[in-house]
Design a protein around this ligand. Structure first.
Ligand code: NAD
Ligand code: UD1
Length: 324
């Protein structure tokens, strides 16, 4: 799914590599001939996402907060891609302390292990959530962050630590602020899963979706293969150390429009059910990707039509597999 890029390293660690984005990243690294070690505690990731790779990868089941396990996983790695996190914003609202232990202390542990293990570069998964509901559009990296959830504070803290590790210890750290990522393997099973994974499963099973609020809120939906390419570029781009870059498409769509397009593609026309807006829901999120283009050479390969068709094909196959 990912067009291959030349890599300038031969061994990498992917934390959270059994998850949605991490497993696609692992696929791309393995196809490019890289030796890959994965550290994942399987709290939201699944071995099924990696099973097709057999013994072409090293998988360690463990927690990023465990310094010993992390050191073992990072041994000999030139680059670390840090994807592991508690991803649900709602979970961080319900349990700010427990989730900070993973998203903050875990990230710090990853950086510290990288320092002690001689890792050259660490690419961190941050989030557009750090921008909060600032109405300025598009969101660009020079804006003052306005985190509105523990999740956003935790991601911003990770970025600050990353920058500090670059300045203090000369580790090349690059933080990528993903916008709304979608694609195959995104788990639709919780009400707080990514909206596209939920709408896909609803459309294919003929059930109406729930739209929170008036549905006119906008999101910048970026296909997972483009997020993977941004990661590979961030791992190799000269002079990117200490940088923070948006990863999106520079366009946005309303949730109402999203449902119409998915329902249309699935060939169903159930009217959505509207419910009260979610607490803290951001009205509009759209990226500027000018910095990522200039410093990393990043431009998305997938427009919405192409990305959504590839995603629908995967959910269709999954629905057929589950039915048989
Ligand atoms: P995911 O839940 O599929 O992946 C996260 C992975 O981390 C899972 O495999 C999980 O088992 C693992 N993990 C969690 N806690 C761990 C721990 N303590 N030790 C080891 N492994 C642990 O989610 P995803 O959507 O693939 O997200 C990947 C990264 O991208 C996360 O850092 C997330 O915050 C970030 N992100 C995602 C989106 C999005 O739209 N999906 C947007 C912005 C940022
Ligand atoms: C998402 C990510 C978050 C990331 C952020 C980056 C997920 C689960 N969350 O948050 O980790 O940091 O993007 O920008 O991927 N909606 C409905 N009906 C549904 C589900 C959602 O109407 O059944 C609406 C929501 O109210 C929201 C929009 O769809 O307005 C997107 O929701 P969601 O996919 O959960 O993503 P974000 O909250 O933007």
């Amino acid at each position: 799914m990912t067009s291959s890029l030349e890599l300038y390293f031969s061994r990498a660690l992917v934390t959270g590599g059994a998850g949605f984005i991490g497993s696609h990243l692992v696929d791309a690294l393995v196809s490019a001939g890289c030796e890959v070690c994965i550290l994942d505690n399987l709290s939201s990731g699944r071995l099924e996402n990696l099973s097709h790779l057999g013994d072409r990868i090293t998988f360690i089941e463990g927690d990023i907060r465990d310094a010993g396990t992390l050191a073992e996983a990072a041994r000999g790695c030139e680059v670390v891609f840090h994807e592991a996190a508690v991803v649900s914003v709602t979970k961080t609202v319900a349990a700010p302390v427990e989730t900070a232990a993973v998203n903050d202390m875990g990230t710090l542990q990853v950086l510290e292990t990288a320092r002690r293990s001689g890792v050259r570069r660490v690419v961190l998964a941050s989030s557009s959530a750090v921008y909060g509901d600032d109405p300025e559009m598009p969101k660009h990296e020079k804006m003052r962050p306005k985190p509105m959830s523990p999740y956003a504070v935790q991601k911003l803290t990770g970025e600050y630590y990353a920058r500090l590790y670059h300045e203090l210890y000369d580790i090349e750290t690059v933080s990528l602020r993903y916008f709304n990522v979608y694609g195959p393997r995104q788990d639709p099973s919780s009400p707080y899963s990514g909206v596209i994974s939920i709408f896909m499963t609803r459309a294919l099973s003929g059930e109406p979706p729930v739209i929170y609020g008036d549905g006119e809120q906008r999101r910048d939906f970026v296909f997972v293969a483009d997020v993977v390419r941004a990661n590979l570029m961030a791992a190799g781009a000269p002079g990117a150390g200490g940088g923070i870059f948006n990863v999106g498409t520079a366009s946005a769509m309303t949730v109402n429009d999203l449902w119409r397009r998915i329902a249309n593609l699935a060939g169903m026309d159930a009217a959505p059910v509207h419910a009260a807006p979610r607490a803290g829901d951001i009205r509009e999120s759209r990226s500027s990707i000018a910095n990522a283009a200039a410093a990393l050479g990043f431009h998305p390969d997938y427009d919405f039509e192409k990305g959504i068709a590839a995603t629908m094909a995967w959910y269709r196959e999954r629905a057929e597999r589950n039915a048989s």
